[in-house]
Design a protein around this ligand. Structure first.
Ligand code: ADP
Ligand code: ADP
Length: 232
């Protein structure tokens, strides 16, 4: 479960102060998919940068299963980061590595042995429907398949939260629906909480249990999908 409380991020554009995040609070319980939707400039990228700790929030807290990321120091922070699996618009795979080696890369980084890595990679490739593609290279795969590899890689370290940042914005409509179906199917996996950040209502409507509408750095609507959609 991920909990964000009263998150602020203030930028300075010359003399002007911009509150890219202006008191954002949200909770995504395990086993559910929560969507954050907003237009360009709403603060989505800033929120993603804060959640991934590429950027320090000005104030407020981010907790994953009770561990406060905002107060964690380097070692604890590195560990905490592994609690979040990241899925981006493009999978950004290593072209010179096989699909299996791409998926296993996060495990290699933390020193997981080869046998255990192969076992995990096999399981994950099966999960995303690429059981036969482990030996292939990224260039041999379609965009949708590469995104599946990206999702498998994001799950390699058994994260508590899967953070998907515009996961289908680079895909055609049919592939989009396939990837959304896959993301949706992950909600029950080992208590995973899924957070999807998007500018597309279609994405939210097809897979989210609950949704927050971000506008000008604030959450202006939040609740169950059906309730929020009715209010829009
Ligand atoms: P700051 O040091 O003000 O927090 P950065 O070092 O991230 O900001 O960026 C330097 C400058 O580049 C900012 O002051 C801003 O004018 C501009 N800038 C960078 N990213 C953006 C963005 N996404 N939107 C608008 N301006 C930006
Ligand atoms: P979105 O991803 O929803 O388009 P952003 O998080 O990129 O929104 O931007 C939110 C606001 O914060 C915008 O007004 C943008 O100009 C400003 N902003 C984002 N990053 C920076 C930065 N590094 N420096 C200054 N302003 C920024």
């Amino acid at each position: 479960m991920i909990t964000v409380e009263d998150l602020y991020k203030v930028y300075h554009q010359g003399k002007r102060e911009v509150r890219a995040l202006d008191g954002v609070s949200l909770t995504v319980p395990s086993g559910s998919v929560h969507g954050i939707i907003g237009h360009s400039g709403a603060g989505k990228s800033t929120l993603v940068r804060c959640l991934t700790m590429l950027d320090r929030p000005t104030s407020g807290t981010i907790e994953i299963n009770g561990v406060n990321l905002t107060s964690a120091r380097s070692n604890a922070l590195r560990k905490a980061r592994r609690r979040i699996g990241l899925v981006f618009q493009q999978a950004n795979l290593f072209d010179s590595r096989t699909i299996a080696d791409n998926v296993g890369y996060p495990l290699e980084l933390i020193g997981v042995g080869r046998a255990e890595r192969l076992r995990k990679v096999d399981e994950l490739l099966g999960l995303v429907g690429l059981g036969d593609s482990g030996a292939a290279y990224p260039a041999q795969l379609s965009g949708g398949m590469r995104q599946r590899v990206g999702i498998a890689r994001a799950l390699a370290s058994d994260p508590d939260v899967l953070l998907c940042d515009e996961p289908t914005s680079a895909l055609d409509p049919r592939t989009t629906d396939e990837i959304l179906e896959l993301i949706s199917s992950l909600r029950g996996r080992d208590g995973l909480a899924v957070l999807v950040i998007t500018h597309e209502m279609h994405v939210v409507k097809s897979i989210c249990d609950s949704v927050s509408l971000l506008d000008g750095g604030r959450i202006v609507e939040s609740g169950r999908l059906t309730d929020v959609v009715r209010r829009l």
